[in-house]
Design a protein around this ligand. Structure first.
Ligand code: ZN
Length: 367
């Protein structure tokens, strides 16, 4: 089959992104316009501002993705766009634009689930490296500010099917990072700051007992049985991160860290892209130890549950199970992953009709 060049468009949250990917295996262009500076003063993503920024950015971002790929609007083979999950108003900007483009150019339109995109980011990069073997049943951990999911993914014919075997019961992992960073006066977004500060603290200094990162029903991990539609019982591996946030808050109160946090918040206020040295100059050892211990507890919990799920669903031995990570540019929201996830749908002619709409809570299921 001839090569297919798919234009991907992604506007589900605070990144306006467009990319051209060849046949699900080569990134030809990948443009991401981040709105972080717009949302930073508000300490989180403001949905109305996100929609407005997408409207401003969508045309130049798509134009740049095509230019970088040395492609014209006419020379692409299909348009793919994120349908959900995400912010409804933000999704609609991408969807309306993609529909108009597909209609005007008379090109196929493909709707993609954002979470499926994240899974295909990994597959895309492996294929780009020449590894075409990642198509056996695989366990995918999707972690972000809005999501913490474990999927069992499997290729069936051209398409992929997904079974959700775990999710967060309350806060997403990235949300916990954002909330803890805010609580400690470190600003938004929390993940990058905490990650950069962590190596400067002692990750074993503060102990977070497993009970603080365990979900409410207190049953043992992996023993959480949920009856699926098919009537079969499958073990589940759910996450819960509201407890650890409360534990950090308790630590703050117990050790009287409030005055230092307020001073830090004031020192960092209004400064976009503050350098690591500036953060370090306003963090004492106790705070750095707390940050490092928090990150370690979060990562250990994510890894431990993922490995338990591998053991429950894999038929291979635990040792020697290959692990694949996306590179940093493909770890955050981007449109290359949307164009890559669209490729199997393009082959299967699983196209969207022009009347489909945004689904803020779209679930990821089978093909
Ligand atoms: Zn995402």
């Amino acid at each position: 089959m001839a090569d297919a060049y798919i234009l991907g468009i992604e506007t589900s949250c605070d990144d306006t992104a467009a990319a051209v990917v060849r046949s699900g295996e080569e990134i030809v262009s990948n443009v991401v316009f981040s709105q972080i500076p717009t949302h930073q003063p508000y300490g989180g993503v403001v949905p109305e501002l996100a929609s407005r920024e997408h409207l401003r950015a969508i045309v130049p971002v798509v134009r740049k993705a095509l230019a970088d790929a040395a492609k014209t609007y006419q020379s692409i083979d299909a348009v793919a766009v994120t349908q959900g999950p995400g912010l409804a108003g933000a999704l609609l900007v991408g969807i309306s634009y993609a529909k108009a483009l597909a209609f005007a150019l008379d090109k196929p339109l493909i709707a993609v689930n954002h979470l499926e995109g994240h899974i295909h980011a990994v597959l895309l990069e492996e294929r780009q490296k020449g590894n075409h073997q990642v198509n056996f049943p695989l366990l995918a951990l999707v972690v972000s500010g809005g999501h913490t999911h474990l999927y069992l993914a499997e290729q069936r014919g051209e398409g992929w099917s997904y079974e959700k075997v775990g999710r967060t019961r309350d806060d997403a992992a990235g949300e916990a990072f954002d909330k803890v960073a805010k609580l400690l006066g470190l600003g938004y977004p929390g993940g990058p700051v905490i990650d950069r500060l962590s190596p400067h603290g002692d990750p074993t200094a503060v102990k977070f007992p497993p009970s603080q990162i365990k979900h409410r029903d207190r049953r043992e991990y992996g023993k959480q049985i949920e009856r699926t539609v098919g009537g079969k019982d499958r073990p589940r591996f759910d996450f819960s991160y509201s407890g650890i946030k409360t534990a950090v808050l308790r630590y703050v109160e117990l050790h009287n860290l409030r005055p230092a946090i307020e001073a830090r918040g004031k020192a960092l206020a209004g400064k976009a892209r503050t350098g690591i040295d500036e953060y370090l100059s306003v963090c004492d050892k106790q705070t750095l130890d707390l940050v490092a211990s928090f990150q370690r507890a979060m990562v250990e919990d994510l890894v431990a549950k993922t490995l338990l799920a591998v053991r429950a669903y894999g038929d291979a031995a635990m040792e020697g199970v290959p692990v694949y990570f996306p590179s940093r540019p493909l770890s955050t929201d981007n449109a290359a992953m949307i164009a890559a996830a669209a490729y199997p749908k393009f082959l299967a002619q699983d196209l969207a009709s022009l009347d489909f709409s945004a689904e803020a809570g779209l679930a990821l299921r089978g093909a």
